[in-house]
Structures are given as structure tokens and as C-alpha cells.
Design a binder for this molecule. Structure first.
Ligand code: NAG
Ligand code: NAG
Ligand code: NAG
Ligand code: NAG
Ligand code: NAG
Ligand code: NAG
Ligand code: NAG
Ligand code: NAG
Length: 497
């Protein structure tokens, strides 16, 4: 049994969250918040293996006729002309209390009838897939520094799939519950159940996607959400003895997988990337118990070493260690020069401004009930988190046993859930190697490295990408997702690509 082991992260991040962005919490800071809570012996957070809510009643699926056309987005304010269709709206996941999740759907740029359906989830917990996934990572548009207009992302994943972005759980972004006490009862369990009910209803609304090859993707804490939703789908398919949702595979990036190895990998990454001294690293190894879940027993030496690691990394963007910081988060009267290939670290602020505009919300069919709070990239409403297993490895093993495609990727300049953590977590599974480690190529450059395990599981790094891989390496990320969706191995030669 894996033990929960956020002790050091707890110390480390108690301070690091003081790097406050001007709006809401950044995705990975929200993750730190969970870690801190998880570490308080008294938090009552459940860390046992994920066991989903078993019977999702047929009553939670409602007729959706006519609702698809109502959700069609004619045009977003300040949007360039495009050829694909967009939709946005609410799906009720609990009628009795009035709980509804917001989605944004970008159909494929071409061949929408044959390309698969891909769901993208961001983590946190509490962060919005509209804020990050859609508007800063893999969606069709990015927001200008004016906060008013959009420009095109030519490496949008809707060149490879019909892409669905979901704000979940309720309390995140535009998603809400009329019973606000729901926000304090959030957790992995309920998130998976609501996401599943969302999907069943969404497929009623978009019946042409029923039976379509379906894949789930996500990053960071979605390393929990994605497998847990996949597990729920498999379980319900098995129970019904038919394919209710045609799930074919999952892909997770810089993902929270296994607490103990995630923490160990973080400090090893700091050391191997010369962010902390060898001395500090060795004192952490010597004095800190990486597999202990209780902070009360940590030694003074451990606390001092962790504190030093914190001071050494405090002024970095730990989610993209070689990248610039946002020094001026003000909007600009004229759009700054943009390049999809050169991510602007102040983007959170532009997206915040854009999505809080009344005309944008109207175009998106969002905030129809006039919520009493702003739209935030990461929610302050989602407070206590009830359950968060210390590992999701058993779920990955289950998917491999059931023939699902499983890919795990990692932007190799993320220091928060770094590549070392992911490698250690995969190593825990002791899978035999099928295709040994090799560089993969794009445009005659090394796009990253990959190793395929028997089972099947593909591990792939994306070279030069931080925590939000498609933000920093959009072209490599698009190539990666295309290979994943078609099941083609990443190319081990620079000749054909
Ligand atoms: C999740 O839900 C299932 C079924 O309702 C329950 O058995 C399990 O204890 C729940 N887990 C947590 C951590 O709440
Ligand atoms: C929440 O309450 C508002 C106001 O009563 C209502 O219009 C809305 O439909 C409710 N939401 C859901 C999902 O039932
Ligand atoms: C959630 O819990 C916090 C802390 O206990 C409390 O202050 C807040 O009022 C609760 N929110 C709701 C909506 O119940
Ligand atoms: C499941 O469905 C298959 C055919 O689709 C049938 O042969 C089999 O008996 C079913 N199993 C159960 C347990 O109903
Ligand atoms: C580390 O913590 C775990 C869990 O609390 C405990 O079982 C183990 O004995 C500890 N190891 C050391 C070296 O103290
Ligand atoms: C903390 O240390 C005390 C004294 O050594 C020990 O009895 C207790 O089990 C430890 N707690 C944990 C969680 O390791
Ligand atoms: C940002 O805008 C505020 C208010 O207009 C202004 O006071 C401040 O100097 C600006 N910051 C920078 C760094 O330009
Ligand atoms: C919803 O609309 C209200 C009223 O216009 C606004 O005050 C609030 O900030 C909006 N909330 C969200 C989550 O968009």
C-alpha cells in the first residue's frame, strides 16, 4: 500500500504560495493548496484507493433535444473568422439541487465526422479547463494583451480531434451549484461522478458523437480526474454489458500519479537541474522521511533543508524553470506583438479580463444565472477537498489490462510535477520495456524522448515544455496528440515527419 507523502511539499509550499498572481490561484498553486491540506493529520481527507460511486441512476440523464443548436456560439467577441463550429453551455448534472457544469466545444477544423472526440481536463483542484486548456494551451484561440480580442492558435488540437473542454467540479469557472454547500463537499469521488453524468447528457445533446472513438486528456491534478473518469466509464460499460461511452484511451501530462514518487522526483529534479545545492539535496534525503504523511515528526534538520530549497527556487517560475516571469500584469491599450510559439507569462490576466466581460459571457451562453462571484482561472470557492487517493497507479494498470491506450507525457522544464516524478511513478509499475528509450523527432529536431512499455504504456517527454505543455511547445504538443490519437509510435527518425 502506498503511503501518502506530502510532508515536504507541505513545508515547501506553505511559503511558495505567497507568489500570488493578481487573479485567483494558478493551477499548480491550487495543487499545492491541496497538498498542504492533505498533510495536516487532522484534515480528514481520504487517501485510500479510488472507488467510484457505483450506481449512477438513469434519472440523471435527461432529454436534450434542441439544446445543441441553442448552445451554438455564433462568434466570440473579437474573434477572427474560422471554419469550424463552436458550442458552449450548461449541462445539468443534478436537477434536484440545481448543479450544472459548463462546457466549451470546438469541433474539428476538418473531418469532424470522422475524427475522434477528445475531452480535456485541467487540474488544481479547482482550476478551469477554459482558462488554461482552451484559452492558453490547446484551444483554437489565445487572448490578446488588451483582454478584448482573440488570435488564432495554429497548433490547436482541434486540427486532430473534436475537442471538449469541461469546467469541473461545480464551483470552478462558470460551473455552479445552487446548493452552495456542495462546494465544500468536493472531492475526487464526486468530481468523477459529476463528470460522468455530464458526459452521458452531453452525448444526448450531441448524439452524432455517441459511439465515436473517445479519449480523455489532461494535466497536473487531472492525473487524478482523467483516470477516475475513465474507470467510471469502464465500470458502467461493464455493468450495462454494452458500450455506453466508447472510451479508447487516456493521456495525462505532468500528472499527479503517486504521492511518494511525485515528491521525491521534485527534489531530485531541483538537484539535477542545479536549482538547489547538492548539500541541501543530501540533507533532505538524510533528514526527511519522504514516505511519511505526518508533518509533526519531521526533524528540525529536515525543515531547515526544505526551507533552503524553497528559498533557492522562490523567485523562479517553478512550472517553467527557464521561462520569464510576468512583471507587469496590466492590460495594454494595443495588443502586444503575439507569437503562439512564444508564450506570454501574463496570459492569465488577459484571459481573466476577457472571460469576465458581459458580452463574452453572453456569446458563450455562460453565467446565465448571474453568479455572485467573478469568473476565476482557479476557484476560491472549491474549499475543502474530501478525498484524494495517494496513488492512481492501480487505475492505469486496469486500463492496460482492458486494452485502453495509455500515454503519459511530461514537459521537461516543469519543476512542479517534473519528469523525474513521472519516471519514478512509472517505474513503480515494473513494466517490461517494449521499445527502448529514443529521441522522437519533429521538423528534424528532437521533440523529446520516448519509451514504450509492454502492456501497453507510452511515456514521452516534450523537450523545452513547462507544466502546461501546449502553452510552451504548441507544435510538439500537437504532434504528440496526433500520434496518440492515431496510435502511431512517435517517430524515431528525423527523416519522415
Ligand atoms: C466514493 O463513493 C463510493 C460509493 O458511494 C463509496 O463507497 C466510497 O467510500 C467513496 N469514497 C470516498 C473517499 O468518499
Ligand atoms: C439554479 O437556480 C436558478 C435560479 O432559480 C435557476 O434559474 C437555474 O435553472 C438553477 N440551475 C439549475 C441547474 O437547476
Ligand atoms: C465552506 O466552508 C468554509 C469553512 O468551513 C465556510 O467558511 C464557508 O461558509 C462554507 N461555504 C459554504 C457555501 O457552505
Ligand atoms: C453481454 O452481451 C453479450 C452480447 O452482446 C451476451 O452474449 C452476453 O450474454 C451478455 N452478458 C450478460 C452477463 O448479460
Ligand atoms: C517514515 O514514515 C513512515 C510512515 O509514517 C514510517 O512507517 C517509517 O518508519 C518512517 N521512516 C523513517 C526512516 O522514519
Ligand atoms: C512520530 O514519532 C513518535 C515517537 O517516535 C511515534 O510514536 C509516532 O508513531 C510517530 N508518528 C508517525 C506518524 O510516524
Ligand atoms: C498598472 O496600472 C496601474 C493602474 O493604472 C498603474 O498604477 C501601474 O503603474 C501600472 N503598472 C505598471 C507596471 O505599469
Ligand atoms: C456573472 O454575472 C454577474 C452579473 O453580471 C457578475 O457580477 C459575475 O461576476 C459573473 N460571474 C461569473 C462567474 O461569470
Amino acid at each position: 500500500m502506498e503511503k501518502n507523502s506530502f510532508i515536504l511539499v507541505a513545508f515547501f509550499l506553505m511559503l511558495s504560495c505567497m507568489v500570488a498572481p493578481s487573479h485567483g490561484k494558478k493551477q499548480a498553486e491550487a495543487l499545492s493548496h491541496l497538498y498542504r491540506t492533505k498533510m495536516k493529520g487532522s484534515s480528514g481527507i481520504v487517501t485510500s484507493l479510488f472507488e467510484p460511486i457505483h450506481s449512477i441512476s438513469k434519472d440523471s440523464v435527461h432529454p436534450q433535444e434542441g439544446m445543441k443548436e441553442k448552445d451554438r456560439i455564433e462568434k466570440l467577441p473579437g474573434q477572427p473568422d474560422v471554419q469550424f463550429s463552436q458550442y458552449g453551455g450548461y449541462v445539468t448534472v443534478d436537477k434536484s439541487v440545481g448543479r450544472a457544469l459548463y462546457y466549451y466545444f470546438a469541433e474539428a477544423q476538418h473531418s469532424k465526422d470522422s475524427l475522434p472526440l477528445l475531452l480535456w481536463l485541467n487540474g488544481g483542484p479547482g482550476c478551469s479547463s477554459l482558462a488554461y486548456g482552451a484559452m492558453q494551451e490547446l484551444g483554437p484561440f489565445r487572448v490578446h494583451s488588451t483582454g478584448k480580442t482573440l488570435y488564432r492558435n495554429r497548433y490547436s488540437w482541434n486540427y486532430a480531434a473534436n475537442v471538449l473542454f469541461l469546467e469541473s467540479p461545480a464551483g470552478v469557472g462558470f460551473s455552479y451549484s445552487n446548493r452552495t454547500s456542495d462546494y465544500n463537499e468536493s472531492g475526487d469521488n464526486k468530481t468523477a461522478a459529476d463528470n460522468y453524468v455530464f458526459l452521458l447528457n452531453w452525448l444526448e445533446r450531441f448524439p452524432e458523437y455517441k459511439g465515436r472513438d473517445f479519449y480523455i486528456s489532461g494535466e497536473s491534478y487531472a492525473g487524478h480526474y482523467v483516470p477516475q473518469l475513465a474507470h467510471t466509464i469502464l465500470q458502467h460499460n461493464q455493468k450495462a454489458n454494452k458500450t455506453l461511452i466508447n472510451l479508447k484511451g487516456i493521456i495525462i501530462g505532468n500528472a499527479v500519479i503517486n504521492d511518494e514518487t511525485d515528491v521525491k522526483g521534485m527534489y531530485d529534479f531541483f538537484e539535477s537541474h542545479a536549482l538547489i545545492s547538492e548539500d541541501t539535496a543530501s540533507r533532505i534525503k538524510k533528514h526527511c522521511n519522504l514516505s511519511s504523511e505526518d508533518t509533526t515528526n519531521s526533524t528540525r534538520e529536515c525543515i531547515a533543508a526544505v526551507d533552503e530549497a524553497h528559498r533557492d527556487t522562490y523567485n523562479l517560475d517553478i512550472y517553467n524553470i527557464y521561462g520569464p516571469l510576468c512583471h507587469n500584469s496590466n492590460l495594454t491599450a494595443r495588443p502586444k506583438k503575439t507569437s503562439v510559439m512564444n508564450f506570454d507569462p501574463c496570459s492569465d490576466n488577459y484571459v481573466y479580463a476577457y472571460l469576465n466581460r458581459a458580452d463574452v459571457q453572453e456569446a458563450l451562453h455562460a453565467n446565465v444565472t448571474k453568479l455572485d462571484h467573478d469568473w476565476e482561472p482557479c476557484s476560491d470557492l472549491v474549499g475543502e477537498w474530501r478525498d484524494s487517493p495517494s496513488t492512481i497507479i492501480p487505475l492505469l494498470q486496469e486500463f492496460m489490462a482492458n486494452g485502453l491506450r495509455v500515454w503519459v507525457f511530461s514537459g521537461d522544464t516543469d519543476g512542479r510535477v517534473p519528469v523525474t516524478s513521472t519516471q519514478y511513478s512509472i517505474n513503480k509499475m515494473k513494466l517490461p520495456v517494449k521499445t527502448k528509450w529514443h529521441p522522437w523527432y519533429l521538423d528534424a529536431e528532437v521533440g523529446g524522448y520516448t519509451q514504450v512499455y509492454k502492456g501497453d504504456l507510452t511515456f514521452a517527454t516534450v523537450r523545452g515544455a513547462g507544466h502546461q505543455v501546449p502553452s510552451y511547445q504548441p507544435k510538439r504538443a500537437l504532434s504528440l496528440i496526433k500520434h496518440f490519437l492515431t496510435g502511431a509510435p512517435l517517430p524515431d527518425t528525423s527523416r519522415y515527419n
